[in-house]
Design a protein around this ligand. Structure first.
Ligand SMILES: [Cu+2]
Length: 263
């Protein structure tokens, strides 16, 4: 069903979590560096130009309120243009870098399309229903294979919801009558590291009613072969050990809350 060669390429993809962690680290590091320089330079000037009771030097060219401290091309002008220039370089580099890397987050890795898993996610008050390509549906728990790009088409049955998993760094509006797309991929190394089955908490990120806080779910990532076995079992009705429900048959609020409760 799925080409193992294509699967192998998948392990080189970068997960959104890695990308966002990198962006966070670079902004934190640069922010700390620039902040340290600015604060240190300020303190140094406070010390250097402190009032020590002596008479001011006559040739001291003090800044004047309401005037740019450019001097006449003197040392102050150099400082001004140096600080503007360095700031511009830092800011422009960050914009270009962040924009480029966020395009990857938006588009995702290039894949051979047949290896992608397409899942329809439908939010309802108060839970999540997932529909797989073969028409099988689960509620609460989404089961996907490792090393594949998983494309989610997110929509809602009733009011505005927002589907997301903090650990996977994915988040997408769930709006009635509209579909928003988001993708994710979990490597088999990560699945192994989590003991042969990786799980991620899913939450609703849009206040949608009384049961909003209980509107949780789970993404379970299985190794390729285990997932194929599970998926094959879903082809025939009700053979899966995952709770199933037919589309359009919305579970009651009470049931959803019980299911969403931590176990
Ligand atoms: Cu919701």
């Amino acid at each position: 069903m799925i080409d193992p060669v294509i699967l192998q390429q998948g392990s080189d993809w970068r997960a959104q979590a890695e990308v966002f962690d990198e962006i966070f680290f670079i902004f934190l590091a640069l922010g700390t560096l620039v902040g340290t320089i600015v604060v240190a330079y300020t303190l140094w000037n406070v010390y250097k130009y402190r009032d020590d009771g002596s008479e001011p030097k006559e040739d001291f060219d003090a800044p004047v309120v309401g005037e740019l401290p450019t001097g006449q091309g003197g040392p102050k002008a150099k400082k001004l243009f140096l600080s503007f220039g360095l700031s511009a370089i830092v800011v422009i580099s960050l914009v270009v870098y962040a924009y480029g890397i966020l395009l990857y987050v938006e588009e995702g890795p290039d894949t051979a399309d047949e290896s992608d898993i397409e899942i329809l996610v439908e939010g309802y008050q108060f839970g999540w229903e997932y529909e797989y390509p073969n028409g099988h549906t689960t509620t609460g728990e989404m089961v996907v294979p490792a090393d594949h790009r998983v494309n989610l088409d997110v929509t809602s049955r009733d009011v505005w919801h927002n589907f997301g998993s903090s650990e996977l760094r994915i988040k997408s509006d769930a709006i009635p009558g509209e579909t928003s797309e988001v993708w994710f991929s979990v490597s088999s190394e990560e699945v192994e590291a989590q003991g042969g089955e990786a799980t991620y908490r899913v939450e609703c990120f849009e206040l949608c009613g009384a049961g909003h806080s209980a509107m949780t779910g789970q993404i379970t990532v299985l190794p390729q072969d285990e997932w194929e076995e599970w998926y094959a079992g879903t082809q025939s009705e009700n053979t899966s050990n995952i709770e199933t429900t037919s589309a359009g048959n919305a579970p009651s609020v009470d049931n959803a809350i019980i299911r969403g409760a931590p176990t």
